[in-house]
Design a protein around this ligand. Structure first.
Ligand SMILES: Nc1ncnc2c1ncn2[C@@H]1O[C@H](COP(=O)(O)OP(=O)(O)OP(=O)(O)O)[C@@H](O)[C@H]1O
Ligand SMILES: O=C(O)c1ccc[n+]([C@@H]2O[C@H](COP(=O)([O-])O)[C@@H](O)[C@H]2O)c1
Length: 208
């Protein structure tokens, strides 16, 4: 982490877009911009994971490479790439959130996920505790939005769903709120980019 990159992080509304960024792509930028606008955030951190506990290590580019690709999406102090989980020594989101709150005591964090991750949320360590204590913002994603809204996490958290404008209003509520951010779906995916790259590499090797 570069010193001072987070600027005055006290009493700020900070969106955390955690991810593998293997590589970063236009879908991430779309999500970041939509979350910043809909939730009136001060900053959005592209929080590059040292290793998603649910993803295989095979095929995962080194953290430095993934961080470099996320840095290419940075936008003037509002969208910032960071490998802060590396310095915190965390991989599980529950642990990261606990340590971030300790370190940035006056910041208000919103965890931003795509609809695919709302489907998967029940497999995260301590997911109910995360949802109880952390505001979640979910972005639509092709093939996942409807399934996510009909899934286990959305059903369990139904009473806590709010409109984006009301999301951060309930400061001392016993259970955090979540919302679906109204945004168009964006089709970019890192899996598709890796597959396209592998295809073009194979083509190059075959040659004419
Ligand atoms: N096009 C998209 N629309 C909505 N959310 C997205 C999109 N791309 C990524 N996200 C979300 O951004 C976060 C980080 O995503 P990640 O870095 O894993 O990219 P990915 O394209 O989902 O990667 P992969 O295909 O390798 O799983 C996740 O919460 C994911 O749901
Ligand atoms: O904490 C967990 O159990 C957990 C399980 C799977 C994913 N996550 C987090 O979810 C975020 C999105 O991950 P990814 O790989 O889908 O981009 C990232 O911050 C991961 O660390 C967290």
């Amino acid at each position: 982490m570069r010193p001072g990159r987070f600027g005055d992080s006290r009493a700020r509304r900070i969106g955390l877009l955690g991810g593998s960024f293997n590589p970063a792509h236009a879908g991430h930028l779309h999500v970041a911009r939509m979350a910043l606008r809909a939730l009136r955030l001060d900053q959005l951190w592209l929080m590059v994971s040292p290793g998603n506990p649910l993803k295989p290590v095979a095929g995962m580019a080194p953290l430095g490479e993934r961080l470099a690709s996320a840095r290419r999406l940075e936008e003037g102090g509002r969208i910032i790439a960071t490998d802060i989980e590396r310095s915190l020594g965390t991989r599980y989101t529950a642990d990261t959130l606990r340590l971030l709150r300790r370190r940035f005591r006056r910041a208000r964090f919103v965890f931003v996920i795509g609809a695919d991750n709302l489907c998967q949320l029940p497999r995260w360590k301590g997911w109910r505790r995360i949802a109880r204590g952390t505001t979640l913002a979910v972005l639509p994603r092709p093939g996942f939005t409807r399934r996510a809204l009909a899934g286990q996490a959305a059903a369990a958290l139904r009473r806590h769903r709010r409109a984006p404008g009301a999301l951060l209003a309930e400061r001392f509520a016993p259970h955090a709120a979540w919302c679906l951010v109204p945004a168009r779906e964006h089709a970019a995916s890192a899996t598709a980019i890796r597959a396209a790259r592998a295809g073009s590499d194979t083509g190059e090797r075959r040659g004419p």
